[in-house]
Design a protein around this ligand. Structure first.
Ligand code: HEC
Length: 194
C-alpha cells in the first residue's frame, strides 16, 4: 500500500514535470509540420501523375506499392521526423491507424460534421510532439480509392486486392476524409531549426 502511494506520487510528479509547449514552440512545430507534409504530398502527387501518364493505372499502382513509403521516409530523413500517411480505412497495413490516431481522426470527422474548417492538430509536450493534418479525397483519387463499379473500375480493384488482400481503402467520395498525415518529431525543435 505504502509502496503504491509512493509510486503514485512519483508518477504524478513525473507527469506534472512535462512542460506544455510554449506558444513559440507550438508555432514552430506547426510550421515545420506543414512544410514537411506539403513537400511529401507534392512529391507523391507529382510522381503519381507522371506514372499514370507514362503507363496507366497498373504502372502507377506498382509505383505506389514500391515507392510511396520510400518517398515519405526520404523526406523524414531530411527533417529528422517520422512521416506517415495513416488511415482509418487503410490499404497498406503499415498505414493502419492506432487507437491514438483514431482519436485524432474522429476529431476531424466531428469538425467536418459541424462544418468547421479542418485545421492540423498538434499533440504533445516537451517530451514528444506529433503533428496531424487531414488528407481529403479528391476526384483524381477515385480511380484507385472510389466506389467499385461506379467511380472505380472493377479491374483496378482486383489488381489492388492482389497486391493488398486486406485493402480497406475503396468506397470514398470526393471531399471524404481519406486519412491523415502524421509527423512524429524525433528531435526538439531548437535542435532542428537553425
Ligand atoms: C494509381 C492509384 C492511386 C491513386 C490515383 C491514388 N492512390 Fe492513394 N494509394 C494507392 C496505393 C497503391 C496505396 C498503398 C501505398 C503503400 O503501399 O504504401 C495508397 C495509399 C494511400 C494512403 C495511405 C493510407 C493507406 O490507405 O494505406 C493515402 C492517405 C492515400 N493513398 C491517399 C490518396 C489520395 C488523397 C489520392 C488522390 C490525391 C490518392 N491516394 C490517389 C493508390 C492510389
Amino acid at each position: 500500500m505504502k509502496n503504491g502511494i509512493i509510486f503514485l506520487s512519483f508518477l504524478i510528479l513525473l507527469t506534472s514535470c512535462q512542460k506544455k509547449l510554449s506558444k513559440q514552440e507550438t508555432i514552430a512545430y506547426q510550421e515545420l509540420g506543414a512544410e514537411i507534409t506539403k513537400s511529401a504530398g507534392k512529391e507523391l502527387t507529382t510522381q503519381l501523375t507522371q506514372k499514370l501518364s507514362e503507363g496507366g493505372i497498373e504502372h502507377a499502382l506498382t509505383f505506389c506499392n514500391e515507392n510511396a513509403i520510400d518517398i515519405t521516409d526520404r523526406i523524414a530523413d531530411i527533417y529528422h521526423a517520422d512521416v506517415q500517411r495513416i488511415s482509418h480505412k487503410n490499404r497498406n497495413s503499415v498505414n493502419m491507424a492506432s487507437s491514438e490516431d483514431l482519436d485524432i481522426i474522429n476529431r476531424f470527422f466531428n469538425d467536418m460534421q459541424n462544418n468547421k474548417e479542418l485545421k492540423p492538430i498538434l499533440d504533445g509536450n516537451d517530451s514528444f510532439v506529433k503533428y496531424y493534418a487531414p488528407i481529403l479525397t479528391q476526384e483524381k483519387c477515385l480511380t484507385c480509392h472510389g466506389v467499385v463499379g461506379i467511380t472505380m473500375n472493377k479491374e483496378t480493384d482486383s489488381i489492388i486486392k492482389n497486391i493488398y488482400p486486406t485493402d480497406l481503402a475503396t468506397g470514398f467520395q470526393a471531399g471524404d476524409l481519406r486519412g491523415v498525415w502524421k509527423v512524429t518529431f524525433k528531435e526538439k525543435i531548437h535542435e532542428n531549426i537553425n
